[in-house]
Design a protein around this ligand. Structure first.
Ligand SMILES: [Fe+2]
Length: 299
């Protein structure tokens, strides 16, 4: 399968980073628990594919029957789905070399994914847990921001296990296993980034108001999902939304970079349906780590 990013429309590329868990903060919808199954919209690429939907349901069952602490059963990915992983990897590998920060590249090296097949959560967990104590736990679908963020406090990353539909290898309307593993899984294999994730969870646990939760969710968005920093005179990504999307990494150069001011970020609106036009840029990994740690600790 040959993928030419240039030939894809922006619409196809732009959403493969969108982590909808951060978006529904101030809606009045009932809180989805970790077993809520994703209902595919009619415009989802897999909506009319009965085999895909059956597999999604099968994978959702794994999550619903999962007992925390046990090994995660392997998802039944097909050869077509492993091809999707291959295609994504082909696009991401050069983008990572150009745009990923050193901390990410170091963790990526430690996880040593195969370029040919989707890693199982069980395998990723073994390595991530040994490094940072964090563990991935499968969820049937997307969970509400508070549920998602509070679990981070306990070193638990609630993780989808399905992969996007094979007809659109560089597009997914929801976070899938690629975003989870290539984005979050890798960053959680960095002790310092894992620590920041835990601190997010602890800060969220101390909040009661919807407004405070929304502000922390925005800081999460502009750091863990879309954070950039300077390294060797260049702007590099440490955000999982950037690092799991070749399209987003290439667009980074056109973003307006703002100083790393977390209070400002907490009040900054964003539109998740476009490439991010505004990014908050730290002067270094160390500055980002120190300032974000301080901010979250004092929340
Ligand atoms: Fe994410």
């Amino acid at each position: 399968m040959t993928i030419e990013i240039e030939s894809k429309t922006r619409q196809q590329l732009l959403s493969d980073h969108v982590d909808a868990r951060m978006i529904a903060v101030d809606t009045d919808e009932p809180v989805a628990d970790r077993n809520t199954i994703v209902q595919l919209d009619p415009d989802h690429p897999g909506f009319r594919d009965q085999d895909y939907r059956a597999r999604r349901n099968q994978i959702a069952q794994i999550a619903m029957q999962y007992q925390p602490g046990n090994p995660i059963p392997d998802a039944p990915y097909t050869d077509e789905e492993h091809q999707v992983w291959r295609a994504i990897w082909q696009a991401l590998r050069p983008a990572h070399q150009r745009h990923a920060c050193a901390e990410y590249l170091s963790s990526l090296g430690q996880l040593s994914f195969s370029p040919d097949r989707i890693p199982q959560l069980r395998e990723v967990n073994q390595k991530v847990q040994a490094i940072s104590g964090f563990r991935l736990e499968p969820v049937a679908g997307l969970v509400q921001p508070r549920v998602f963020l509070e679990n981070l406090a306990d070193g638990v990353f609630l993780c989808t296990q399905y992969i996007r539909h094979h007809s659109t290898p560089l597009y997914t309307p929801e976070p899938d296993v690629v975003h989870e593993i290539v984005g979050h899984g890798v960053t959680l294999a960095s002790e310092r980034l894992a620590e920041l994730n835990r601190l997010f969870g602890k800060a969220v646990k101390r909040t009661a108001s919807a407004e405070a939760l929304e502000r922390l969710s925005r800081v999460y968005w502009f750091t863990v999902e879309f954070g950039v920093l300077r390294e060797g005179g260049e702007v590099k990504a440490y955000g999982t939304g950037l690092l799991s999307s070749a399209g987003e990494l290439e667009e980074m150069a056109d973003a307006e970079l703002r100083p790393f001011d977390l209070d400002t970020a907490s009040r900054c609106e964003y539109d998740p349906t476009h490439f991010q036009p505004v990014l908050f840029c730290a002067d270094s990994f160390e500055q980002m780590y120190r300032m974000l740690k301080e901010y979250l600790t004092e929340w």
